[in-house]
Design a protein around this ligand. Structure first.
Ligand code: URA
Length: 239
């Protein structure tokens, strides 16, 4: 991180909460810089020189952590909801670290999701301009024709005024009733894969994210995670 940063950023980068939450803490007078309460989240802090306390506790930069979770179906990618459904946080609880999921998977989608306290890394992975590919294994109802494969690959109207961009699609297997394929997209529109398949008239019966960049889910068992090393991160960011 840069030597000079705003107070809200210093706190969020310490890996204890999101920027929105840390701004609230600061405005509520819970944060001191060099012994004095500062209520301005945009106050500049010289790192390595200024001393920051939250509720009397010294704040220092936390070590970055990156986790690849194999999310089961039936699990939501956000903090708890009013239906008390299980969340991705339940699966990384034992790490006892502040983590945020990078992007989201639908409740009915399983597979690879990255969680980290490094918000810059998360943004790089998600930003459509970096074009990191995400690959899904799809089981769809019915037989997908050549012209429908073409539409998926070329890009098509997926409703609500949105179009999918070009994708790479490969048939893995087909039976008279079902089609299994691998679909790679570089965008992250809401429910994009399901909407692409619906747009060609096929309902998705099973959806698993199997790869992000050059990093594959591999043999991480469902419901468990792997702590990622520098090599893994390089793979995640590779196109
Ligand atoms: N596309 C979808 O439709 N759902 C997901 O969870 C991810 C991509």
């Amino acid at each position: 991180m840069k030597a000079r940063a705003t107070l809200d950023r210093v706190l969020s980068k310490a890996g204890i909460a999101s920027r929105t939450t840390t701004r609230e803490w600061i405005e509520n007078g819970r944060v001191k810089v060099n012994g004095k309460v500062v209520r301005d989240p945009d106050h500049w802090v010289e790192q390595g020189k200024d001393v920051v306390h939250l509720d009397g506790r010294r704040i220092k930069a936390e070590k970055k952590i990156y986790v690849a979770l194999n999310k089961p179906t039936g699990v939501i990618t956000s903090h708890g909801d009013n239906q008390n459904r299980p969340t991705v946080y339940d699966y990384v609880k034992q790490l006892d670290r502040w983590l945020i999921p990078v992007g989201r998977l639908d409740m009915d989608t399983s597979g690879l999701i990255v969680l980290t306290n490094d918000t810059d890394f998360g943004e790089a992975l998600l930003n459509p301009t970096t074009g990191i590919p995400k690959t899904y294994y799809v089981k769809a109802a019915g037989v997908v024709s050549d012209s429908q494969y073409f539409d998926l690959a070329y890009g098509l109207d997926i409703g609500r005024g949105e179009r999918s961009g070009p994708s790479v699609v490969r048939e893995v297997r087909a039976s008279p009733k079902y089609t299994w394929m691998e679909l790679t997209i570089t965008e992250g529109k809401n429910r994009q894969v399901r909407r692409m398949c619906e747009a060609i008239g096929h309902v998705v019966l099973k959806l698993v994210r199997i790869r992000i960049g050059g990093f594959s889910l591999g043999d991480i068992p469902v419901g468990t995670f792997k702590i990622l090393d520098a090599k893994d991160l390089k793979k995640l960011l590779s196109r």
